[in-house]
Design a protein around this ligand. Sequence first.
Ligand code: NAP
Length: 353
Amino acid sequence: MPTVKIGLLGLGHVGSAVADALRVNGNHFAVRTGAIPIITRVAVKHLHKPRRVTVDPDLLTDDTWRVVRDPSVDVIVEAIGGVEPAASYLTEALSRGKHVVTANKQVVSARGNELTQLAGAVGRVFAYEASVGAALPVIRVFKSHLVGDRVTEITAVINGTSNFILSQMELGRPFATALAEAQARGLAEPDPADDVTGRDAAAKLAILIRLAFDAAATAQTIVHRGIDTVSPEDVARARSDGKRIRLLAVARRTNGTLAAGVFPASVPREHPLAQLDDEENGLLVRSDLAGELFIRGRGAGGVPTSSAILGDLASTVNSTSNGSPAVLKEVEILPLLTFDREQAAAYAEVDGR
Ligand SMILES: NC(=O)c1ccc[n+]([C@@H]2O[C@H](COP(=O)([O-])OP(=O)(O)OC[C@H]3O[C@@H](n4cnc5c(N)ncnc54)[C@H](OP(=O)(O)O)[C@@H]3O)[C@@H](O)[C@H]2O)c1
């Protein structure tokens, strides 16, 4: 079976989760895609830092250029963060004919167009599903499923850390304690100021605006406020009014104009976005043909992010085999059970139907 050789940049929350996911699900991935994923190099900033995952020390280096320029590497998976030097690494990798998969919304929002064009010119994949909403399938929805639609509105909760902090504040926990816990759980950005000022959500909204509305936007051009402006009293007041404060990212097209912004808002409890707890993210999309779609799931943390990265890795394998989709092989015959009447009744009961 062919292999896909991976150069991993970063071994923090996301990078470690990717290494773990490939160790645990690597065979599963190989069977489903037709290629065995192998991490052949890992670049980090601090070579001797203690690590949560065990990686063969021979693979580790603090010379990131060496990984990016290694001719044996097929795909660079970037989980460093920030615009530079990440953009330079990714440019070099694509120029050398490698596919690129990134979780880095800062680099995608600031330099995504240029990297996409470069990838197209050299016939390689530049994939960034993990950059918005972690496990939520969001980028693909706009790139493929809704490509024939005219999207009119996106209303989203796309910063897991903010949603986590707001959920904790509703339970009476102080902002600082909740932020520290989000950091300990690996939900927060490398610079948590990005989360609490709304800058992270603005970068993600910029990516979505480009895909959904073909409009140019960056984190800087989208007016954003974060949850650092929300007091415990605001949270309590919203609660007693039957509402929840949520950090909304909104883009709406009306009469040839596009309005966009990131801001905390009091959302009625019945609204689907008000029902997101802790690090959950949600995206409500309206378009002319599909109508209304709602996507909800785990929007932060290394493990859910690794799900999106493995999905993108699979797309690089498919593209290398001349665009033909992976052949799904039946590897395990699962006994097919039918619900008997009693089980079906129990299901209906727990599901409230
Ligand atoms: N955490 C999440 O929930 C989440 C979700 C979706 C997307 N993301 C994105 O994923 C990226 C990584 O986030 P994270 O939470 O994993 O951050 P993190 O825990 O701070 O990890 C960053 C990693 O990058 C390494 N690094 C920094 N500069 C480097 C360089 N120049 N060359 C090689 N390695 C370098 C660091 O090395 P050392 O360990 O040696 O310091 C560290 O291992 C960010 O773009 C973030 O926006 C994060």
